[in-house]
Design a protein. Sequence first.
Length: 87
Amino acid sequence: MKDAAALGSVQDSVAFELMEVAFFHHHCGHDDLAREPYDLAADLLGKNSLKGRMDFEKLDAARAQFLKARYFEKWCRLKADVFKCKA
Protein backbone atom coordinates (compact mmCIF):
# COMPACT_ATOMS: atom_id res chain seq x y z
CA MET A 1 0.00 0.00 0.00
CA LYS A 2 2.92 2.35 0.66
CA ASP A 3 4.15 1.75 -2.88
CA ALA A 4 0.67 2.42 -4.29
CA ALA A 5 0.43 5.62 -2.28
CA ALA A 6 3.84 6.73 -3.55
CA LEU A 7 2.68 6.46 -7.17
CA GLY A 8 0.42 9.47 -6.66
CA SER A 9 -2.43 8.22 -8.82
CA VAL A 10 -5.83 7.14 -7.56
CA GLN A 11 -5.00 8.64 -4.18
CA ASP A 12 -8.59 8.48 -2.92
CA SER A 13 -8.85 4.77 -3.70
CA VAL A 14 -5.56 4.00 -1.99
CA ALA A 15 -6.55 6.17 0.98
CA PHE A 16 -9.84 4.32 1.36
CA GLU A 17 -8.09 0.95 1.35
CA LEU A 18 -5.63 2.22 3.96
CA MET A 19 -8.56 3.48 6.01
CA GLU A 20 -10.00 -0.02 6.02
CA VAL A 21 -6.73 -1.55 7.22
CA ALA A 22 -6.48 1.08 9.95
CA PHE A 23 -10.16 0.71 10.91
CA PHE A 24 -9.81 -3.05 11.28
CA HIS A 25 -6.70 -2.86 13.45
CA HIS A 26 -8.09 0.02 15.52
CA HIS A 27 -11.29 -1.84 16.34
CA CYS A 28 -9.33 -4.98 17.17
CA GLY A 29 -7.45 -2.99 19.81
CA HIS A 30 -4.22 -2.70 17.85
CA ASP A 31 -3.70 1.03 17.45
CA ASP A 32 0.00 0.35 17.00
CA LEU A 33 -0.81 -1.45 13.73
CA ALA A 34 -3.48 1.09 12.74
CA ARG A 35 -1.32 4.19 13.14
CA GLU A 36 0.76 3.97 9.95
CA PRO A 37 -2.07 3.23 7.49
CA TYR A 38 -4.30 5.83 9.16
CA ASP A 39 -1.65 8.55 8.94
CA LEU A 40 -0.85 7.66 5.34
CA ALA A 41 -4.57 7.84 4.46
CA ALA A 42 -4.74 11.27 6.13
CA ASP A 43 -1.79 12.40 4.00
CA LEU A 44 -3.39 11.14 0.79
CA LEU A 45 -6.71 12.81 1.61
CA GLY A 46 -4.99 16.09 2.44
CA LYS A 47 -6.03 15.96 6.09
CA ASN A 48 -2.68 16.15 7.83
CA SER A 49 -4.27 17.80 10.87
CA LEU A 50 -6.03 14.48 11.63
CA LYS A 51 -2.81 12.48 11.82
CA GLY A 52 -2.47 10.81 15.20
CA ARG A 53 -6.14 11.29 16.17
CA MET A 54 -7.79 8.12 14.76
CA ASP A 55 -11.02 9.92 13.88
CA PHE A 56 -12.38 7.95 10.96
CA GLU A 57 -15.55 10.05 10.69
CA LYS A 58 -13.54 13.23 10.14
CA LEU A 59 -11.12 11.52 7.80
CA ASP A 60 -13.99 10.53 5.47
CA ALA A 61 -17.51 10.27 6.88
CA ALA A 62 -18.99 8.22 4.02
CA ARG A 63 -16.16 5.69 4.08
CA ALA A 64 -16.34 5.46 7.88
CA GLN A 65 -20.07 4.67 7.68
CA PHE A 66 -19.38 2.05 5.00
CA LEU A 67 -16.75 0.39 7.20
CA LYS A 68 -19.03 0.40 10.25
CA ALA A 69 -21.78 -1.30 8.26
CA ARG A 70 -19.32 -3.74 6.74
CA TYR A 71 -17.78 -4.88 10.02
CA PHE A 72 -20.48 -4.32 12.62
CA GLU A 73 -23.81 -4.76 10.84
CA LYS A 74 -24.36 -8.35 11.98
CA TRP A 75 -22.76 -8.16 15.41
CA CYS A 76 -24.13 -7.03 18.73
CA ARG A 77 -22.42 -6.55 22.07
CA LEU A 78 -23.58 -8.97 24.78
CA LYS A 79 -21.11 -8.14 27.55
CA ALA A 80 -17.81 -6.34 27.63
CA ASP A 81 -15.76 -7.62 24.67
CA VAL A 82 -18.20 -10.45 23.85
CA PHE A 83 -19.97 -10.37 20.50
CA LYS A 84 -22.51 -12.62 18.80
CA CYS A 85 -23.53 -12.78 15.19
CA LYS A 86 -27.11 -11.76 14.42
CA ALA A 87 -28.04 -14.62 12.13
